[in-house]
Design a binder for this molecule. Sequence first.
Ligand SMILES: [Zn+2]
Length: 321
Amino acid sequence: MRFFALRIRLLATAILITGLVAIASPAADLPVAADTLVLIVVDGLRPEALKQAKVPVIDGFIKRGASTMKAQTVSPSLTLPAVTSMLTGLPPQQHGIIWNDYEPMRGYVKAPTVFEIASFAAGKLAAMFLNKEKLLHIAKPDRGLILQVCSMTEPGCNAQKIATAVIAAYKTATEGKPSVFLIHFADPDTAGHEKGWMSKPYLQAVEATDRAIGTLVKGFQQLGLYKNMAFIITTDHGGHDKTHGTDSADDMTVPWIAAGPGIKSGYVIKRPVSIIDTPSTMLRALGIVDYFVEWNSQTVEEIFTEVVTPDHPSVGGNPTR
Ligand SMILES: [Zn+2]
């Protein structure tokens, strides 16, 4: 019931804000922001892998963006709870998805997700490309949602295939184009479980994923979208031996990289970052700062080139400015 009430409040906020933006926001007041945001989750990516593997595309994002190699995931350090935290801005104990399998009868996450907020507050349509079926627990059907699951258990569902599918889906989207993406690549996690984290096959899977991200970049460039796009590249967890899920540094410490319009270049983030801080930072990168939701997500403000103080930071803001 609590979250249902929140959704109603969100919707009310969206209506209020849409009105405000239409009437009262000269373009000059808007922050430097991206039109489109892509959240890339490279499943099981340890920061050390970015040093040991050849990852020119991700290196490029680090150079032109802001990053930390010391971000922390949530406990338990498992895919479904962690990705849910990344989208709801809540720890697993609060968003309630503490299992790590696809259990259709348990339904969708109840807490509002960043996709819903972007939709309510700014009319942004979402697209999700999932490499694991269990992530369907976070893919709440919403207006215009493009949803593709290419499960790692199906032959050929690798990072390259998913990247190609993203661009194809964008081109063929007829009912509005998506502008908030979740793209999940599971190859490094699969190799980690089979051959061990930091093993040669694992590093090769990281390299293959980097090439797939390159395919995405090229595709978005050809579509003429790239210069107005922001990217956040991170992961759900690290790993050790052939597993993860513990509170050890190898499992918990993750890279977190953001790049795009309005985001500092070559910047090393100083403050501690949790993957829970991802959704509010996503919205901020899109210039969406007026919304109301109860979550623990704290925008990583230091990555942005301009300081933005919302004119009307919550429902109770001043509509006359
Ligand atoms: Zn795993």
